[in-house]
Design a protein around this ligand. Structure first.
Ligand code: ADP
Length: 248
């Protein structure tokens, strides 16, 4: 284990009733990188994410975070250690304001979900931090807006803000640009680039334009196993990757 890797999986396997969805996957996520996990539908990307966050238990294999074995930890403990998946806490409350949603995420970080216990001073501090986070994701002008009224791109930015509230060292993004038009895709891609300055990001992303723009390293999965790895140029030139995407 090198200190360069924030997360490693060693021979990770997940079987569902004899079907191997994740087949001996050994990943190395380099600190500070944006690492993309790509591959055709059914390749096992979501299952890998579910294993990393303990939504699923591996059949065998190990997960190391900063060199420590976290395979047996539960989801909440993994998140507390700094591995945070965006949608985990993006169950944003649609009828609360944008600011309130970030404040709730900040309180969750402190392990206390009830703000009526808190002194005014503590609440002021939470508020200031929430405003700061909103500004950092370009939502400074939307603090008072109802979450339900945000555009799709802005909702994603809010999800990223609520994820940042948990101060992740490794942020897992699950198809961050899914279902977006070109403009929102570019805004969210720029935002990911920006937040990656202070942390490592592992993302599942279908949009290869986004992958080419953001990813330092790419792992291609096919039928549960790693097909190849490398930067965008290397991976996209690999005929096996082209075949996998054509479903041949
Ligand atoms: P991807 O995210 O790359 O599209 P998934 O990880 O969702 O792929 O799925 C990989 C394979 O595992 C698929 O064939 C899928 O049908 C299967 N699979 C995923 N979850 C389950 C489950 N809970 N039970 C049985 N099979 C599953």
């Amino acid at each position: 284990m090198s200190a360069d890797y924030v997360l490693e999986t060693q021979n990770l396997i997940k079987e569902f009733k004899g079907f191997t969805a994740v087949d001996d996957v050994s990943l190395k996520i380099q600190r500070g990188h944006i690492h993309a996990l790509i591959g055709p539908n059914g390749a096992g990307k979501t299952t890998v994410f579910n294993l990393l966050t303990k939504f699923l238990t591996p059949t065998s294999g190990r997960i190391l975070y900063n060199g420590h074995d976290i395979t047996s930890l539960q989801s909440a403990a993994i998140a507390r250690k700094g591995v945070v998946r965006s949608f985990q806490i993006s169950a944003v409350f649609p009828h609360l304001s944008v600011l309130e949603n970030v404040r709730i995420a900040l309180q969750r970080k402190e392990g206390n979900s009830f703000h009526f216990w808190k002194s005014e001073k503590v609440l002021d501090k939470l508020n200031d931090r929430a405003v700061e986070l909103l500004e950092s994701v370009g939502l400074g002008n939307f603090a008072g807006a109802k979450t339900v009224d945000l555009s799709y791109g802005h909702k994603r930015a809010l999800e990223i803000a609520t994820t940042l509230a948990l101060e992740p060292e490794l942020m897992l993004l699950d198809e961050p640009t899914q279902g977006m038009g070109h403009e929102d895709v570019d805004v969210v891609a720029d935002l990911i680039k920006k937040v990656s300055k202070d942390r490592t990001i592992l993302m599942v992303e279908h949009n290869l334009h986004v992958v080419s723009k953001l990813a330092d390293q790419i792992t291609v999965l096919q039928r549960g196993a790693i097909l190849t790895e490398g930067d965008y140029e290397t991976v996209s030139a690999d005929p096996r990757v082209q075949e996998a995407y054509l479903g041949v």
